[in-house]
Design a protein around this ligand. Sequence first.
Ligand code: COA
Length: 323
Amino acid sequence: MSYSRISGTGSYLPEKVLTNQYMEQIVDTSDAWIRERTGIEERRMAAEGETTSDLAVNAALKALEAAGLQASDIDMVVVGTTTPDKVFPSTACIVQDKLGMRPGTIAFDLAAVCSGFMYGLSVADKFIRSGSVRRALVIGAETLTRLINWKDRGTCIIFGDGAGAVVLESSDEPGVYATHLHADGGHVELLHTPWGPSQGYENLIDDAGKAVMRGNEVFKVAVRRLGQAVEEVLESSGFTQSDVDWLIPHQANIRIIQATAKKLELPMDQVVVTVQKHGNTSAASVPLALDEAVRDGRVQRGQLLLLEAFGGGFTWGSALIRY
Ligand code: COA
């Protein structure tokens, strides 16, 4: 039996910090409201000219270093992103070139919004288990602030920029036990950009290319679906809640995270929470949280990790991993 296992993690946050106090200056909100309703204290913003591939490369280099590998050792790169550098080619192709990976290796983007990393992890796991590739880079990278309408207090306080990456390698030992992916395209209007390129640039009016969200309705679906996702991945791999060492959730909102932890009957000191530092970085959020907990020593080799994410689509997914 062949598995994939995480041999290295990395992450990157742009330097520029947008605090809640800054948000108070641009929209009708307050630090207290944002903290209470979301848990967010600050978010990051990519510098002018800094693109998603730049963030992705920074995170990938750290993951490669942690794995003790060079870019030339990697057979495949998958980038989960909703904010690609260009409509085409894929950000993964740009990352492949910037990293100096071997020409001819596999490179593609995955569009699953905030679940992009979970989708990428699941796909890369299957490529490795089938023997198609030995080593893959799975990256979640976003410059979500580029899609923000800075007059909309319901979204501008939530989202931020960042990237996280893991190196997945073929292994005889687990590894990734199970991944589960889902989507339900029946609620597109709850979280979307009303305009996209296929509607024609001549029809791009005002802020139609920016993100809009019916946050309260998204919240309810997210709590329900994530509860199902964590139960499903435990059941399918033969583990129970008490086996889990760490929940590494999508960092969207502290109240959604708390609801999932409650469902798992897991105390919050076994939940990795980083949302306060960078807000919702979409596809980057799970690998960002994982990397932080690995580097500060909370997550140790041999521990059982439950990862989950939920995002626009809607899409959602979970993974159970022996680190
Ligand atoms: N500051 C102050 N008030 C705000 C605000 C802000 N930044 N944003 C919204 N409000 C107001 C609303 O206008 C509304 O006012 P009203 O009652 O006068 O109409 C009130 O707060 C309640 O709005 P509601 O949307 O019900 O708040 P909420 O408790 O659901 O919190 C979110 C809003 C966005 C924080 C919350 O719904 C959320 O986090 N949703 C999930 C978002 C998410 O995770 N998205 C990504 C999924 S991957």
